[in-house]
Design a protein. Structure first.
Length: 57
């Protein structure tokens, strides 16, 4: 049986007015994607500049 490890994480914007909740199995890669999409209009996190990790488990 093969087990997978997943993370639930919260990121916010610099003013800490918007939260984004996500689930991933590669937290470092996903945070890099949030940084790449910063300011982009195609994604919620990009549109609101959500790239600061607040919590994960």
């Amino acid at each position: 049986m093969h087990y997978h490890h997943y993370y639930v994480y919260l990121v916010t914007n610099p003013k800490r007015t918007t939260l984004y909740t996500g689930v991933t199995n590669d937290l470092a890669r996903r945070l890099a994607q949030h940084m790449e999409n910063e300011g982009g209009r195609r994604t919620f996190a990009g549109r609101y500049f959500c790239n600061l990790l607040v919590h994960w488990e």
